[in-house]
Design a protein around this ligand. Structure first.
Ligand SMILES: CC(C)(COP(=O)(O)OP(=O)(O)OC[C@H]1O[C@@H](n2cnc3c(N)ncnc32)[C@H](O)[C@@H]1OP(=O)(O)O)[C@@H](O)C(=O)NCCC(=O)NCCS
Length: 458
């Protein structure tokens, strides 16, 4: 029999003490935010905030402030989380003991509540997440049954779809729980998903990379999620890997309604359960213009190393890039729909590379990628783009130009890198999804229009 937590039709939910503090912190913010939503939807309902142009319509809704996203915002100069930059948050948020990175759990707490957790709240929060860390047997069997001819990301996406039957929110909707109370069930799912994600990733990893999956890892119930992921992946002694996991989850946690986050919100707005929303978000990330740029940047660097070696001259690099520009290729890791400067998150990856020595490639093999070469390209490519591709609004590198190659350099297999990003993004979205429910935001339904009707309006 499955443990009580796995019940598909919960009538009421008993929250552990640690979760109550998170619920209290969210609850403290609810009245003011609901009052503001009410005022905007009534008193100000008909005020004009944006003059919509044909360019907005033809340009994939760029520049239209049309989605409420409470937890973060992307400005041309960088991401703000409840109005704060990552640098400000680094100074303000408690760190996990022994870690030099921002704690993903501390950032999550901040995204959920807009308040800085105390060290004790961070500890209780992490303990609550670890208490939830289990997978139903049928899901373990399902993961183990998937063929490794499919990609790890496909396994991850399918696993979240399969987990949807355990959604407490879906059960609450079926049971007719009132709209105003749905957020507590959504929060339950959010915390379950955040916690069990490490079991999903590590189980898939072990199936692909040959560790004995029948040995149940002994979780460290007083550790954080990154430490426990490392335990489950057989890398518990690898401090650098644990720190890099924390960094990857933080850098990819949230930045407004980008493609994957918006996809998850769209599914969720129709009362889709959070597991299915995460599954859809993973799918959304597979596009070359979005998260897949992480893998594509890595592949681009590999090809360049194959062709030019590890330390080519500036002229060779310029000629190589120019050939691609002239062929009409997308240069992965450059450009951004909103940012108009080099992505500030890049500095965080660069700092990591400086602080933690890159391990030599396994088995004494020659390296196939070069973090030095990638960083040299960050100085060369923007000039090339300015000269030969002036239509690109932001020629600077984005975080994807370095994050994947860095993870590979520290021993994360190329086809697993996207899973770290997907996991961080999912955790971040789940914070927003609670507020969607608190504010009773409606199903998303933009009005579509044909080009002929658009023309007729002019
Ligand atoms: C991120 C991205 C999708 C933003 O697209 P956008 O909002 O349309 O950006 P822009 O307004 O600057 O695009 C203007 C034109 O330049 C092109 N462009 C932008 N970045 C480019 C790049 N890195 N390589 C080639 N062409 C690029 C666009 O495709 C567009 O071409 P079009 O007018 O023929 O349709 C785009 O910069 C891109 O494809 N980058 C590479 C993939 C990547 O790194 N994605 C991860 C982003 S975090």
């Amino acid at each position: 029999m499955e443990p009580a937590q796995e019940s598909i039709r919960p009538v009421s939910i008993q929250l552990p003490v640690s979760t109550q503090t998170l619920v209290q912190a969210i609850g403290a913010r609810i009245p003011a935010r609901r009052r503001l939503a009410e005022r905007l939807s009534t008193v100000h309902a008909k005020r004009v905030v944006h003059q919509m142009t044909v360019e907005n319509v033809m340009g994939g809704m760029r520049g239209m402030p049309s989605i409420i996203w409470e937890i973060s915002e992307t400005h041309p100069t960088g991401v703000r989380y409840h109005g704060k930059s990552l640098d400000e948050l680094e100074a303000a948020l408690p760190k996990w003991p022994g870690s030099a990175q921002i704690s993903p759990e501390a950032l999550l707490w901040f995204l959920y509540t807009a308040s800085i957790p105390t060290q004790a709240e961070l500890k209780y929060f992490a303990e609550d997440l670890m208490r939830r860390c289990q997978l139903p047997r049928e899901i373990e069997d399902f993961i183990d049954s998937l063929p490794t001819t499919l990609s790890p990301l496909t396994h991850m996406q399918m696993t979240y779809s399969a987990l949807a039957k355990y959604s407490k929110l879906a059960a609450a909707v079926d049971n007719g729980v009132s709209k105003a109370n749905l957020w507590t069930y959504a929060l339950e799912d959010a915390l379950d998903i955040t916690s069990r994600s490490i079991l999903v990733i590590s189980r898939i990893h072990n199936n692909f990379y040959g560790k004995d999956r029948k040995i149940k890892p002994r979780l460290d119930m007083s550790g954080d999620l990154a430490k426990n992921l490392a335990i489950c992946m057989g890398r518990s002694d690898d401090f650098t890997f644990i720190e890099l996991t924390r960094l990857a989850w933080v850098l990819h946690q949230d930045h407004g309604a980008n493609v994957s986050a918006h996809t998850m919100r769209l599914v969720s707005s129709a009362l889709g359960d959070p597991y299915s929303a995460i599954s859809a978000g993973i799918t959304a990330g597979t596009g070359a213009l979005h998260a897949m740029a992480i893998e594509n940047s890595l592949a681009y660097n590999k090809k360049m190393v194959e062709s030019l070696g590890l330390n080519p001259s500036r002229e060779d690099i310029e000629a190589y890039i120019l050939r691609d520009i002239q062929a009409g290729a997308v240069l992965p890791g450059y450009g951004h729909a909103v940012l108009r400067v080099a992505d500030p998150r890049l500095a965080w990856v660069r700092r990591f590379i400086k602080e933690y020595p890159v391990p030599p490639p396994a088995n004494g093999k020659a390296p196939t990628t070069s973090l030095d070469l990638i960083q040299r390209m960050h100085d060369i490519v923007p000039d090339q783009i300015r000269t030969y591709l002036p239509k690109v609004k932001n020629p600077a590198p984005n975080v994807d130009a370095l994050s994947g190659s860095t993870m590979l350099a520290y021993g994360i297999e190329a086809d697993f890198i996207l899973m770290f990003m997907a996991n961080g993004r999912g955790m971040g979205f789940l914070c927003q999804s609670i507020w969607d429910k608190v504010l009773a935001l409606p199903i998303e339904r933009p009005q579509s229009i044909t080009m002929d009707r658009l023309l007729a309006k002019l």
